[in-house]
Design a protein around this ligand. Structure first.
Ligand code: DGY
Length: 320
């Protein structure tokens, strides 16, 4: 009898789920919207694997609901802050994620946010759409240059490096701060955090959300940034103290921000004040949202499941 695999969403992109169905017995959450912990727990008993997204809660209760058959939690996401990894490690469950396959696509979006925030694309588009473009004036819609600016990357892993490569095409100077990448390379100079904040025209965040990075960018760090600077995040909402950011932008202590991630997701109709601020470009967590990349993420998650269920090491396991 093939192994039960709990898949937290129906209709995932690509052909990965089809492959999973050929080798295992997937059961899908088919309710509308995001499944709650009880709904997932009800489907979990006897599962050998869970395929989840980056914002599905995977806690000890879900692992226990699956029971001793559970061997792997495979995330179709690079971020893994939604998983209780300590609980998984205690139970001998492998947790995998999807690095590599989404780095370039997410870096593209980080760059889109940099350009949109610096050149005030949101405000300009909205003005045109409401019929406000009545004359070419030299002083309308002015933004700040991206080419030649200094870019500070907080987190210099796969995505940070992919952003650095793009920045060189724009003639930018690149600095990074990362406790795990303390030396520079041909693309970027390693810098202390405070120095990076003070020197950069654009600061882009590329760290996972952990106990060390929660509210890494708070009032103190924002105060170190130039009033002409832009903060961009495609990482996780919890890395930034959103109230402090909102006040810094509103009070003109920071030029702008570009955000793809929030402390509370999704927003639905209850918009965060960040989404209503002219100088903050907000997107609905679409860093990896291209057809090819989303399919590749599901594919890699399925490969990880099939490997572990077949007794092979997972391709992209997180440290236990
Ligand atoms: C990721 O892969 O971490 C993206 O943010 C989607 O969850």
């Amino acid at each position: 009898m093939s192994m039960r695999v709990l898949v937290t969403r129906n209709g995932l992109p690509g052909s990965g789920v089809e492959r999973l169905g050929a080798a295992a017995d997937p059961v899908f959450w088919t309710g509308g919207g995001k499944p709650g912990p009880e709904e997932l727990a009800a489907l979990a008993p006897g599962a050998g694997a869970v395929l989840a997204l980056g914002n599905d809660p995977v806690d000890a209760a879900l692992l226990d609901a699956a029971g001793p058959s559970l061997r792997v939690v495979a995330l179709a996401s690079m971020g893994y802050d939604n998983v209780d990894r300590a609980a998984a490690a205690e139970r001998g469950i492998v947790v995998t994620h999807t690095p590599h396959v989404l780095a370039e696509t997410t870096a593209d979006l980080a760059f889109a946010l940099i350009l949109a925030a610096r050149r005030r694309l949101g405000a300009a588009t909205a003005d045109l759409a409401r019929g406000g473009w009545d004359l070419f004036r030299m002083h309308d819609y002015l933004g700040l240059d991206v080419h030649g600016a200094t870019l500070g990357l907080i987190g210099y892993g796969q995505i940070g490096r992919a952003v650095a490569r793009r920045a060189h095409g724009f003639g930018m100077r690149v600095r990074h701060h990362d406790p795990y990448a303390t030396t520079g390379d041909a693309l970027s100079t390693a810098t202390g955090l405070d120095e990076l904040l003070a020197q950069s025209d654009i600061v882009s965040l590329h760290v996972p959300l952990t106990d060390e990075t929660r509210h890494l960018i708070s009032a103190r760090e924002l105060a170190l940034m130039k009033p002409t600077a832009t903060l961009v995040s495609t990482a996780r909402g919890g890395v930034v103290d959103e109230d402090a950011l909102l006040h810094a932008v509103r009070e003109g202590r920071l030029h702008s921000a570009g955000l793809d991630v929030y402390e509370r997701e999704p927003m639905g109709t209850e918009l965060s004040p960040l989404a209503k601020e002219e100088n903050i470009v907000t997107l609905p967590h679409i860093g990896s949202a291209t057809h090819a990349t989303r399919a590749a993420m599901v594919d890699l998650a399925v490969d990880n499941i099939l490997d572990v269920l077949a007794g092979r090491p997972a391709r992209t396991a997180l440290p236990g």
